[in-house]
Design a protein around this ligand. Structure first.
Ligand code: SAM
Ligand code: SF4
Length: 332
């Protein structure tokens, strides 16, 4: 394992992208993520403070991480998030982004943009108010649509819209979302449903293959794949409408895993570094942050986490085991 230089895994992949879960609490209970009663709340002292998160992210930046995305749970239920963004934006990342369910975004978005937030992804799984509420179990579509307008008004364009597509639940809205992307210039990202729901009810039959989604849209509004050199690490495959009316993307994590180019690592709200959404191997840095360990010791723990990465998540292998943590505890 290299002790200096970029953050490399044993296959030579350089890690540049960090997802930070700032809380595993959430104000919603989406059917594909959390059970109706929520997940048991962990004691506060097990969770990283904002200052502890800031220190770990700074060390990651020093190790060559170029982009950081704050997530959760719902990041906007965490007090101190604006301050955290402000501190992190000063570290010179190429990209400082946030993924949110949009419920609390509109009142906070100007402050977040002024603090240095560059991009926002807003999750929205239906454009039909009743269905939206059924999928999220709470929340209001109008509030989330307003949050998209507010984000654009604050200069965070183009807004990305995350849609988890589930067969028999919202897959009949693929064309509606494509029309929405075209009309508003928002980059809709169709995400395959992954076995990371907390109540473990995921089945493969519920996954709508990204290729089907692209084909359905292409039949109505011809699409062209955005060129890639095959080494880009972005998980979304992007397509632009041939007539120039914007773009959509698909995240084919189940049917076409992108592990080979994955350059991402994750920090959980309780201070574990995870090198894959689907791996249970974690390196706990929280204790190092609290026992007086040096930045070098924390950096070495991060290097260890990245070095230990598997070649792929094996979701399509017969022996695949779901990870113990669900999506709301990892951060997407
Ligand atoms: N609460 C924020 C939100 O909903 O955007 C951020 C955290 S959420 C865990 C991050 C992303 O993961 C969201 O876009 C959400 O839709 C997606 N997600 C949650 N559970 C999922 C699952 N089982 N499969 C695929 N995507 C999922
Ligand atoms: Fe909360 Fe986001 Fe999970 Fe929905 S997807 S329950 S908003 S963390």
């Amino acid at each position: 394992m290299p002790e200096t230089g970029p953050l490399l895994d044993r296959y030579g992949r350089e890690h540049r992208d960090l997802r930070v879960s700032v809380t595993d609490r959430c104000n919603l209970r989406c059917v594909y993520c959390m059970p109706e009663e929520g997940v048991p709340l962990r004691p506060r002292q097990e969770m990283l403070s904002i200052e502890e998160i800031a220190r770990i992210v700074r060390i990651a930046r020093e190790l060559g991480i170029r982009s950081v995305r704050f997530s959760g749970g719902e990041p906007l239920v965490r007090r101190g998030i604006v301050e955290l963004v402000r501190h992190m934006a000063l570290l010179g990342f190429d990209d400082v982004a946030l993924t949110t369910n949009g419920t609390n975004l509109a009142p906070a978005v100007s402050a977040l943009a002024a603090a240095g937030l560059m991009r926002v992804n807003i999750s929205c799984d239906s454009l039909r108010p009743e269905r939206f509420r059924t999928i999220r179990r709470r929340g209001d579509l109008a509030v989330v649509l307003h949050a998209m307008d507010a984000a654009e008004a604050a200069g965070l364009s183009p807004v990305k819209v995350n849609v988890v597509v589930i067969a028999g639940v919202n897959d009949d809205e693929v064309l509606d979302f494509a029309a929405f992307a075209r009309r508003y210039g928002r980059a809709v990202r169709f995400i395959e449903y992954m076995p990371l729901d907390a109540d473990r009810s995921w089945t493969r039959r519920q996954v709508v293959p990204s290729d089907d989604i692209v084909a359905r849209i292409h039949a109505v509004w011809p699409l062209e794949a955005e060129p890639t050199d095959g080494t880009e690490a972005a998980p979304a495959d992007r397509y632009r409408f041939r007539d120039g009316a914007g773009e959509v993307g698909v995240v084919a994590s189940v049917t076409r895993p992108f592990c080979g180019t994955c350059n991402r690592l994750r920090l959980t709200a309780d201070g574990a570094i995870r090198n894959c959404l689907f791996s249970d191997e974690e390196v706990l840095v929280r204790d190092l942050v609290r026992d007086g360990s040096s930045d070098d010791a924390i950096a070495a723990a991060m290097r260890r986490a990245v070095w230990g990465k598997w070649p792929g998540h094996g979701i399509n292998d017969p022996g695949f085991l779901r990870p113990a943590r669900s999506m709301s505890m990892i951060g997407g």
